[in-house]
Ligand binder design. Sequence first.
Ligand code: ADP
Ligand code: MG
Length: 234
Amino acid sequence: MIAINQLTFSYRDETFRLRIPVLTLESGRSAVIVGPSGSGKTTFLNLIAGILPSSGGEIRVGHTDVHRLTDNDRRLFRLLNVGQVFQDFQLIDYLNVLDNVLLPCRIHPSVTVTKILRERASLLLQSLEMSSFERRSVTCLSQGERQRVAICRALLLSPQVVLADEPTGNLDPVNAERIVRLLRTETRRSGATLIMVTHDHSLLPQFDQIIPFEQFLERTAADKNDLQVAEGDT
Ligand code: ADP
Ligand code: MG
């Protein structure tokens, strides 16, 4: 489960401010985030993942108070608890498909390649019809195939949270729906919480919860001044 309470965040220049009073996402459920570009969707995923430290408030993932973790602990928390599918996939060109899926085992000494993990990687690839590609270089794959590798990697360590940032961005409708179904099935099966960002409104019915993100954008002092000037004009 993910529980957010009075979360605030701004980048150092303070031009953008996010404030989320209360938001709860249950385990085994799925949420989709929609909102205009620049409304903070990617920032929010990075806050949950522990990539960015919050400015204030609480983020609890399972039993972990993410907002209390040190930089080092956040890194380990992220590796063990969060699977991320990045918009640009972030595959490593010099590794083959199987080794890209096993990449989380190269990040921290507490997670190493075991026979069980290698078998899990193969099973995940098999479930996405990618078995015959295991030894192939990722540079030879189509976009859809690269995407499936990125999803297998995100699911490798059975994370309690799966975050997918516009994962269907450059896919045709049939493959987009297929990817969402896969993420839904895999996370429901493992009891993980899925959070996906998309601009594709045709995908929304597949999710348990829809989160319009514009509501969490705070006006900055500069915005308020602009507004006052505009109102004074009328
Ligand atoms: P979205 O994913 O909804 O398009 P982002 O979370 O990427 O939005 O960005 C939200 C706002 O924060 C934007 O105005 C963006 O320009 C700004 N922003 C993003 N990353 C940084 C950064 N590293 N430093 C300062 N501002 C940033
Ligand atoms: Mg974004």
